[in-house]
Ligand binder design. Structure first.
Ligand SMILES: [Zn+2]
Length: 258
């Protein structure tokens, strides 16, 4: 496989006065995570940090009004690759230990992926391309050397905890199913939910080795009750309450029928 050098690794889009979406266009859609920047009056918040193929912080530093705290919705490689670059790192308690370990489990190449895992992802409705990136971030980058750097959490949270950035306050919601330590951030004042991979507008992954379908069903029941106005998810475009409820119902029906 031959690669071009990417002109820019990160793209961004301003969502409103305070929220910016950042993503990696040269990462395969399967692993292209939404990175959310939220401006706060005392500190900024970053929800997830992408693949870590190349440094995120210098690429988005101009967005930060002051300090920034990085929050990991869960510890899958496409969400925590650049977590180690940030001084303040919040991780949910069920997967906090995973972030402390040097983690070489992930490869960008399909041929290195466990065949059972690959099948499970494909059965869920995805295609896995030969390599998860289609360009290099800079000359000399070796896609074979990709790994997730360890990033010991500086704060470990659980359901009901609060993440405050001054003028904005988020409740930590434990939303297990996709992974045991999947967490969302819920801002009741604005009806904004950062949902990670618990709910996104694409085929949901609940058959990974670390997934739990019973937990996922309970998470969907919980999400249906939440008076959301907007869901900013871990992948794919944002959506409103109607779509969230439809998604939860579809999931529960599918799993009840299985
Ligand atoms: Zn995930």
């Amino acid at each position: 496989m031959t690669f071009q050098i990417a002109e820019r690794w990160f793209e961004r889009k301003r969502i409103d006065d305070d929220i910016t979406l950042i993503w990696e266009p040269h990462v395969d859609p399967l692993a292209r995570c939404n990175i959310w920047h939220v401006r706060g009056s005392e500190t900024d918040l970053l929800v997830d940090t992408g693949m870590g193929v190349t440094e995120l912080k210098p690429a988005i530093q101009d967005l930060f009004g002051h300090g920034v705290v990085a929050f990991a919705t869960h510890t899958h490689f496409d969400h925590v690759g650049s977590l180690h670059e940030f001084e303040h790192r919040i991780v949910g308690k069920h997967e906090a230990a995973i972030m402390e370990e040097a983690d070489n489990r992930f490869s960008l190449y399909r041929e290195d992926t466990d065949p059972e895992l690959a099948k499970c992802i494909e059965d869920s409705g995805y295609q896995i391309s030969e390599c998860l990136i289609d360009a290099l971030p800079h000359a000399g980058y070796d896609p074979r050397a990709y790994k997730v750097e360890p990033a010991k959490p500086t704060r470990v949270v659980d359901d009901g905890d609060e993440v405050s950035i001054g003028n904005r306050h988020f409740e930590v919601l434990h939303l297990p199913g996709h992974s045991p330590g999947s967490f969302g951030l819920w801002e009741a004042d604005t009806g904004t939910l950062f949902s990670g991979d618990a709910a996104y507008d694409g085929p949901l992954l609940d058959m990974l080795p670390e997934s739990d379908i019973n937990d996922y069903c309970k998470t969907m029941e919980r999400l249906m009750e939440l008076p959301v106005s907007i869901v900013h998810a871990g992948h794919d475009p944002s959506f409103g309450r109607e779509r969230l409820i439809e998604m939860c119902r579809d999931y529960l029906e599918k799993r009840a029928a299985a």
